[in-house]
Design a protein around this ligand. Sequence first.
Ligand code: PLP
Length: 382
Amino acid sequence: MSASVYLDHNASAPLEPRVLEAMLPFMRGQHGNASSLHRAGRRARNALDAAREQVATLAGASAAEVVFTSGGTEANALALRGAGEARAPGRLLVSAVEHSSVLEAARALSRAGWTLELIPVDRDCRVDLAALDALLRPQLGKVALVSVMLANNETGVVQDIAAVAARCRAADALLHVDAAQAGGRLAIDMRALGCQLLTLSAHKLHGPQGAGALLRDRAVPLAPLLAGGGQEQGLRGGTEPVAALVGFGAAAALAAAELPARAAAMLALRTRLEAGLRRLPDCTLIAEAATRLPNTVQFALAGHDGAATQMTLDKAGFAVSTGSACHAGRPSHVLAAMGLPAAVAQGAVRVSLGKDNDAAEVDAFVAAVAAVGGRRPAAATG
Ligand SMILES: Cc1ncc(COP(=O)(O)O)c(C=O)c1O
């Protein structure tokens, strides 16, 4: 296979051509600051308003609840640090498998006097609800803020947010949900989820890199991370990047309209990929029993280091990831929290499919994995 096959959409999904088309006018002739009162400024403002509506619609929120940011990382920081700095320090619960941008924001709060506790997960990466119940017992002191992601970037595991939200509601705790990996892959309804804060990132859903949003219940007080010209309801100073946000809006609208077809196509490919990998001797599928994103498969080949496998596959023309699986030779915090044996964690490789992959690419990929270490798929049975 000559051209490289891209199977790393959880790292970043390629810009959709229709999104680029929507952005181009704002990169070519249509220049304007959305805060300016003249015609060019008003045109930029109208474009931002439309994008805000599109992003809100993707997640079942209202336009007034959208705070545009530079991406998922900033949205997560605004959710945790912004909510934390707007109230007196208290207890903060964060799942052990959160993205590093949530964990680092939580650690920043702990340095500012908050008590940070991690919610454990089971072997399949699912938040341990009994442990959450125990952490929320009023005798331990009031929990002010909880953060649990909708879908994990490494394993693809989807959390039972409704169950988490019911517990947070009963404990009168704010709930933030990082939905960066879920956008365009799962239906998201902020109200049905029952959270007050929700993170989205444009480039995970075929929008541009460098754009994201925090959706927030307006009753929740937030302190801005960046104060400035009063943009984004005073919650995020800085001239809005109109072209990028128009692209985010366009990507969100396409993701919403095409979600059923995209999700079904990716799930069919994921099923085919998993069937192929299961036929390889010594291949372990990670978090196999859990509900996962339709596009994500993480596996490990016994006796093979994940980073080495990834490099071999790259040479063979397949872009996959270790899924942040190795930091300086140590297994990822996600796989460690799941309690996977070190050999499996060290071997982990993440495949994240996209809407434009096809069955031939998946079959070629399985053959390439089989060739790693001289393996060949065992004959299919049944
Ligand atoms: C779950 C999750 N949250 C947040 C982020 C950060 O998003 P961004 O790259 O837009 O800063 C990522 C990106 O990998 C992610 O996977």
